[in-house]
Ligand binder design. Structure first.
Ligand SMILES: Nc1nc2c(c(=O)[nH]1)N[C@H]1C(S)=C(S)[C@@H](COP(=O)(O)O)O[C@H]1N2
Ligand SMILES: [Mo]
Length: 512
């Protein structure tokens, strides 16, 4: 009979790790979601992951990248647990010490970043139950004092039964913990409503011509629930509006601190601005357009009086994220806002409640700091922002871009009543404006698309181009935009780092 104990000990270690994560999630869910080891480990790891890997993860998992991270952590944890479990076959004490050490690691990370001792309870509880599970299992697997060959079949069966049961409980508890933290987050988002004042300057009404109303085409204003979300926070920070304040300091004549109460008393303005992520792939959907309510950053900076030597504002979020925005983009006449409202509602928690920056013409990573609490007037030579440290550019101006929304990829389409095949999509060149969109089928000539009425140069526009006499069969539609400065969308395929992906978007479809 072969010795199956190495396998059983390995399994016991894996199961113990799952039990650990599960129990800790369960305890954390009961009183403090931010103390769950998976969350602590995730938050620690995100800043350490090489940019290329983050890029790859976003490309593969899209906005599920955080779920992917959690699953990876559980798998890596379980594998480590397995190795430690195996060590226990000959060195029981060492394996227990290692298991406990692994379990307590999140506590160490938490306390070193200023967490409270109470937040250690989930990890400690999980580690205790996990070690208990390990001891119980190896006792069965080992048959205690019996020699390996003498372990009875009943013991083996009990072992596998218990291991399977514990695995199920552990995995279920992890899943429940993950979804309950999502639920808690949504609930919190719903109750912490600020009451926003009316805008002193409202955005103009949207005219009928601003939205072409084509099925499958993105609407001109993106709903808050549909708005893409990109940030480094595993769970978005819960910032209390009543105790929130923004501190402006650095190379200024006068430091300024403004509370929410003071901010809401100022004459707020509404502006429509399209936000884009620099890591948006060609044809991607990390772009959205909203009506933002806020106070011009320019006016706040005027109070602080920046030094003439300054050329950058480093904005910091409640969660430590930083962005470097050219000072000029915050002091010239563009609609750069300290925003509190999004499409008529207070900012959703995912989008920066209670306050964030919105700067027309720049990618989000250098400008759109959510949960913003601090503006330091400084110089590009002196300070580096979160993503710049990781290989991305410093300034981040938006490049003219366009994408095809209609037809859907691979769609079978037939001509409308007028005998036309309709193609449509979006184009943006924030703060410069879209001048022209060209569309072509296969390698035919470029056609000029019809454009939706421009809201402002800070927002995207829809385009529509109809073709008649398309042969039945497979076709490819390609789009190319030109901005008001005459910049033609770059056709060369370039990866996103350091300053946004380039290339023309195309879609294949079939005419029936
Ligand atoms: N605090 C914080 N703010 C942030 C980020 C972040 O990681 N943390 N990401 C930025 C990036 S890269 C983008 S593209 C925008 C996205 O804003 P949204 O999630 O509201 O769409 O937020 C910006 N603001
Ligand atoms: Mo971004």
């Amino acid at each position: 009979m072969t010795d199956r104990r190495p396998l059983l000990f390995t399994l016991a270690g894996i199961v113990a790790t799952l039990v650990y994560f599960g129990v800790a999630e369960f305890i954390a869910g009961a009183f403090s979601a931010t103390s769950a080891p998976l969350l602590i480990l995730g938050q620690t790891i995100i800043p350490l992951v090489p940019t290329a890997m983050i890029k790859a993860a976003i490309a593969i998992f899209g906005t599920n990248d955080k779920l992917a991270l959690v699953i990876t952590l559980v798998i890596v944890g379980a594998l480590l647990g397995g190795v430690i479990g195996r060590i226990g076959l000959h060195r029981r004490l060492l394996s227990l010490v290692l298991l406990l050490g692994l379990g307590i690691l999140p506590v160490v990370l938490l306390l070193s970043t200023g967490g409270s001792i109470l937040d250690a309870i989930p990890a400690l509880g999980g580690a205790a139950v996990g070690c208990g599970a390990y001891l119980g299992l190896i006792r069965l697997g080992d048959g205690r004092e019996l020699r390996a060959e003498e372990v009875s079949d009943t013991d083996r069966r009990t072992f596998f039964g218990l291991a399977a049961g514990l695995t199920a409980v552990g995995v279920a508890a992890i899943a429940a913990g993950q979804s309950s933290s999502t639920l808690a987050r949504n609930a919190a988002g719903a109750v912490t409503k600020l009451v926003l004042p009316r805008a002193a300057t409202s955005a103009p009404k949207i005219s009928a011509g601003a939205d072409l109303g084509i099925d499958g085409l993105a609407p001109i204003i993106t709903g808050n629930d549909d708005f893409y979300r990109i940030d480094t926070a595993l769970v978005p920070p819960a910032v209390d509006a009543a105790s929130w304040s923004l501190h402006i300091h650095g190379m200024v004549d006068e430091e300024v601190t403004i509370t929410m109460e003071e901010l809401l008393e100022l004459p707020l303005e509404e502006h429509r601005v399209t936000l884009t992520c620099v890591s948006n792939q060609v044809g991607g959907d990390l772009v959205g357009n909203a009506t933002w309510l806020g106070y011009p950053v320019r006016e706040l900076l005027k109070r602080a009086r920046p030094s003439v030597d300054a050329d950058m504002v480093l904005s910091t979020s409640d969660d430590g994220f930083t962005a470097s925005t050219p000072l000029e983009a915050l002091t010239d006449d563009r609609a750069s806002l300290l925003a509190v409202g999004m499409n008529g509602d207070p900012l959703p928690r995912d989008h920066g409640y209670p306050a964030r920056l919105v700067v027309p013409g720049l990618y989000g990573f250098v400008s759109a700091t959510k949960w913003v609490t601090d503006l330091e007037v400084t110089r590009f030579d002196d300070k580096e922002a979160y993503w710049t440290k990781r290989g991305w550019s410093t300034h981040g101006p938006v490049l003219v871009a366009s994408r095809v929304d209609v037809p859907r990829a691979g769609a079978h389409v037939s001509a409308n009543k007028k005998g036309e095949i309709v193609t449509a999509g979006m184009a943006w060149a924030q703060h410069v404006g879209i001048a022209e969109v060209k569309v072509r089928i296969d390698t035919d000539d470029w056609h000029t698309a019809e454009l939706s009425e421009e809201l402002t140069t800070d927002t995207w526009r829809q385009w529509r181009c109809a073709f008649d006499e398309l042969e039945p069969g497979s076709h490819t539609v390609t789009v190319r935009a030109v901005d008001e400065d005459g910049n033609v969308q770059i056709a060369e395929r370039r990866p996103a780092i350091p300053g946004s992906a380039t290339g023309l978007h195309d879609r294949q479809f079939v005419v029936d």
